[in-house]
Design a protein around this ligand. Structure first.
Ligand SMILES: Cc1cc2nc3c(=O)[nH]c(=O)nc-3n(C[C@H](O)[C@H](O)[C@H](O)COP(=O)(O)OP(=O)(O)OC[C@H]3O[C@@H](n4cnc5c(N)ncnc54)[C@H](O)[C@@H]3O)c2cc1C
Length: 501
């Protein structure tokens, strides 16, 4: 086994040559390195952190924010090998077909290719995330044998299923932490060198601005050195990817790939306001796989509620998911409403049970929800970021429309009812949380005027620079990003193999 290198032990001003430099050792960078094993491509993976959390390194992620309250930029991600999977929730679900389509009611929507382009990579991505066999909505049948599904009747909302990453052989049943889980595999790869404590601080272009010439790398111990690679892939997460591209502004003064002022724009996350509504089940307790994870068919799963693609089209809403959270007590007014409604419907609701509902909302792509460079610099001299966070009333209204449909269906099926607990923008913002699913800052588009990378994830206008991760997602869907971004990385690995063939 080849040990990982520590960049702090290199002589000052070292020059390293390699075929491919991967910048960042989160799930994107690690999956790419693993997928390029058994190839003649010499790969160097440069990771800012070490094998564990370090406060000084984490501080490099600090930034400032304006607008709607968001998570602090140094708290919403982790900067060491494995990246944010060191504390992710492990929720997995593939994007829907319409997440890739141009939806005329969703401005700037549409990927350059359909879902079927990514489908061949889903099973391997699922395996890397250790989320069990690729089943998702096929889990409805095995779940029903455990306990009945809540009858939603017909309509625009259906019971959807998430699967969970489950770190193999981990006694604490945690989701897979990519760094720790794959460290031994990475050390086995003859064509790979992993260098820890190596911060890429600049993507330096050739004088004609058409290709990457070299990378500037720095350590917090004061070392500076250079990496020359035939190709490089930026895999630093959607926030840091924008920072690295924007801050590399010596040759292209607006930043690498930013000739059309797209880098850092369209930043998104899944809005997850807590306790947005209450669901009453007339028949009593819901099956345990609604509010908690359950196990069937060798996978951990959970049932949620999602709008159908037809409903999204008809009502011009975006993707969302409704989660069942804790059991809750109804106040007097709500108890009276349940008695009255159930009596009108002619059902026995004497054992009715109430649950608070959570959600994950797909935001409308917004070019002005963006990251820009701030004046302050970090310990390595890199400019910090400022996030301008925005969320529109329309995003809330569209989600409410989906909740109302769920309520209508429950009443029609005579199985339950819904109460909307958050009615105004202020109420939503007061309970707002975020998924830490950073998306969209280097979006993929065939037209360089509308995107930063092309359909192969190559930066427009630069021959040898690529971006990996959910920063390239042009539209986001409501599925959690990691399994999907790993699938996209595996596709990129195939493209890379072609470049070196
Ligand atoms: C609390 C939390 C819960 C989450 N839950 C889920 C979930 O349930 N499901 C889901 O799908 N997703 C979840 N996510 C999101 C998930 O963690 C990310 O989608 C995923 O980690 C992104 O992978 P990445 O490799 O693109 O970026 P990251 O994980 O951010 O990795 C980037 C890597 O690059 C390194 N790096 C950064 N800058 C530099 C530099 N200049 N030079 C060298 N290296 C650098 C970092 O140290 C890091 O290791 C969650 C995130 C958080 C924070």
């Amino acid at each position: 086994m080849k040990p990982f290198l520590d960049a702090r032990t290199l002589p000052h001003h070292t020059e390293i040559a390699t075929d491919l430099a991967i910048i960042g050792g989160g799930p994107a960078g690690i999956s790419l390195a693993l997928a390029l094993s058994n190839t003649p491509i010499r790969v160097l993976l440069l990771e800012s952190g070490g094998m564990a959390f370090d406060a000084r390194t984490q501080k490099l992620y600090r930034g400032t924010e304006t607008g709607v309250a968001y998570l602090p930029l140094d708290a919403t991600r982790l900067r060491y090998l494995g990246g944010s999977t060191n504390h992710w929730g492990g929720w997995c679900r593939p994007l829907d077909e319409d997440d890739f389509e141009k939806r005329e009611w969703v401005a700037h929507s549409g990927w350059p290719f359909p879902r079927k382009t990514l489908e061949p990579y889903f099973a391997r991505a699922q395996a890397l995330c250790e989320a069990g066999p690729f089943l998702y909505d096929k889990l409805a049948a095995p779940a029903a044998t455990m306990a009945p599904l809540l009858n939603l009747g017909a309509g625009g909302v259906y019971t959807s299923f998430f699967q969970f990453s489950q770190w193999k052989d981990n006694p604490q049943h945690l989701p897979t932490h990519f760094g720790e889980r794959y460290a031994a595999d990475l050390k086995q790869l003859a064509n790979l060198t992993v260098m820890l404590h190596a911060n890429v601080t600049g993507l330096r272009l050739a004088a004609d601005a058409n290709s990457l010439d070299h990378l500037d790398v720095a350590t917090l111990s004061g070392k500076r050195f250079t990496v020359r690679a035939r190709y490089a892939v930026v895999a630093t997460g959607a926030i840091e990817t924008a920072r690295l591209l924007l801050a590399s502004n010596d040759v292209m003064t607006t930043g690498v790939g930013n000739q059309n002022d797209r880098v850092g724009r369209y930043f998104a996350d899944h809005a997850i306001p807590r306790d947005t509504a209450t669901l009453v089940s007339f028949g009593g307790n819901l099956a345990p796989y609604y509010g908690n994870n359950a196990v069937a068919e060798d996978t951990h799963f959970r049932a949620t509620f999602s709008p159908t693609q037809a409903f999204k089209r008809q009502r011009r809403v975006l993707g969302s998911l409704v989660t069942v959270e804790q059991q809750t007590k109804l106040d007097e007014l709500a108890t009276a409403a349940v008695s009255e409604t159930s009596a009108t419907l002619g059902v026995d609701a004497s054992g009715a049970t109430a649950y608070s509902l959570g959600c994950g909302i797909e935001l409308m792509p917004d070019p002005d929800r963006r990251l820009t460079l701030a004046g302050e610099r970090d310990a390595l001299g890199m400019p910090r970021l400022e996030l301008a966070m925005r969320i529109s009333d329309d995003d809330f209204a569209r989600y409410r429309e989906t909740l109302r449909e769920l309520g209508r269906q429950l009443l029609a099926a005579r199985t339950g009812m819904i109460r909307l607990d958050c009615k105004t923008r202020e109420e939503w913002l007061a309970v707002m949380d975020w998924g830490s699913h950073h998306l969209g800052t280097a979006r993929m588009h065939d037209d360089p005027k509308q995107g930063v990378v092309d359909a192969d994830s190559k930066v427009h206008g630069i021959t040898n620079l690529f971006v990996a991760g959910s920063s390239v997602f042009p539209t986001y869907g409501s599925s959690n990003p990691t399994m999907n971004l790993v699938a996209l990385v595996l596709r990129l690995a195939d493209h890379m193999k072609g470049l070196f063939a």
